[in-house]
Design a protein around this ligand. Structure first.
Ligand code: ATP
Length: 349
């Protein structure tokens, strides 16, 4: 069983604290994604699990065992990094087989396992090539094959798809997910790309400034973001956020108002996703605005509307393009409103 537990982990570099009292449990076979903006401490957290960095305080357990004092090579995990870390002078087969070689697996067995791993990621025809003779996507698959050639307890992946172009990324994302299902190996995956996180994760942990902001399934996080940071980070486009005032069951904004029985008095932020807004005839909606932009995205059109001091995105059908400067009225779906307090913490729903 490869569960992982981080127990009150703190990491300081000199005077700088980059991970603050982080506690997290990862279930056996879970695909956990650490998501957050650059510098939020994702990689540092991963490196501590890997054994490449030591926590300043706190305990890390893999299975039932405390591993703080264990060297990286003795933690029985495999890592895939953004730059792949392939050895340029070795062939694809030698790169894939390297973890077996250092563990002194006999040659014949090694060859069989290298071939099996290579077939799994569709590299069987390229075993004699060197990394310089491969495309980015092929190199990425060599790094993956090298990770799966053993059956480690744990996979650690740090932005493994970020060097690929958008199309290849989508393909590799699906392959990665299948591979992890088939191998049934606990995986911790670091990314700053929310779409990657949404599509791959069983559970997402969102970090900011070395602290966990929210942990939940992709659907939970999308439906009920814990605070305005998460709301603004998840979704494309992210949730619309509007500052206003709560007063007697009404949210009051410079461009209109919305009845929300539960709204508290004082400063609040209203969140509405772009798919929960309709553009209606003048005077029929909650807020008035002016079309700022109209972008056809294929199956949808994204209309940007200036609403008082805010720019609100509305998703409409492919035929819904609008003229810039057109006055509009916005109607919000009253069942899909999110209310956050003055500190940005979720209040409703
Ligand atoms: P990115 O997506 O850019 O890789 P990240 O979320 O993975 O970001 P980390 O690499 O964990 O972030 O870095 C967290 C913070 O710790 C950053 O402010 C970084 O500058 C700092 N940091 C990381 N490693 C060191 C180090 N060895 N010495 C000093 N500061 C460090």
């Amino acid at each position: 069983m490869a569960t992982v537990a981080l127990d009150h982990i703190v990491k300081r570099f000199g005077a700088l604290t980059v991970v603050h009292d982080l506690s997290l449990e990862i279930a056996d076979r879970e695909f956990l994604v650490l998501l957050g903006p650059s510098g939020c401490g994702k990689t540092t957290t991963m490196r501590m699990i890997a054994g490449l960095d030591e926590p300043t305080s706190g305990e890390i357990r893999i299975g039932d065992e405390r591993v703080n004092e264990r060297a990286a090579r003795d933690r029985d995990l495999a890592m895939v990094f953004q730059n792949y870390g392939l050895y340029p002078h070795m062939t694809v087969a030698e790169n894939i087989g390297y973890p077996l070689k250092v563990r002194r697996v006999p040659r014949a067995e090694r060859d069989v396992r290298v071939r099996t791993a290579a077939e799994r990621v569709e590299l069987a025809g390229l075993l004699h090539r060197r990394p310089a003779e491969l495309s980015g996507g092929q190199r990425q698959r060599v790094a993956l094959a090298r990770a799966i050639v053993r059956t480690p307890r744990l996979f650690l992946m740090d932005e493994p798809l970020s060097n690929l172009d958008a199309q290849l990324r989508t393909v590799m994302r699906a392959q990665l997910k299948h591979l992890q299902r088939d191998l049934a190996t606990t995986t911790i995956y670091v990314t700053h790309d929310q779409i990657e996180a949404m599509t791959l994760a069983d559970r997402i942990v969102i970090m900011k400034g070395g602290r966990i902001q929210q942990s939940g399934t992709p659907a939970e996080i999308y439906a009920r973001p814990a605070n305005t940071f998460v709301a603004a980070f998840i979704g494309s486009p992210p949730m619309n956020l509007m500052s206003g005032t709560g007063s007697e069951g009404v949210f009051v904004h410079p461009a209109g108002q919305v009845e929300i029985p539960s709204v508290p008095r004082g400063q609040v932020t209203l969140g509405v996703r772009s798919e929960d807004i309709r553009i209606v005839g003048p005077g029929q909606g909650h807020m008035t605005g002016v079309v700022f932009s109209s972008e056809l995205l294929g199956d949808t059109t994204l209309i940007g509307v200036t609403v008082g001091p805010d720019l609100v995105n509305v998703k409409v059908g492919p035929e819904g393009g609008m003229r810039i400067g057109e006055p509009v009225s916005l109607l919000f779906d009253s069942k899909s409103l999110h209310v956050f307090d003055a500190e940005g913490q979720r209040l409703s729903g």
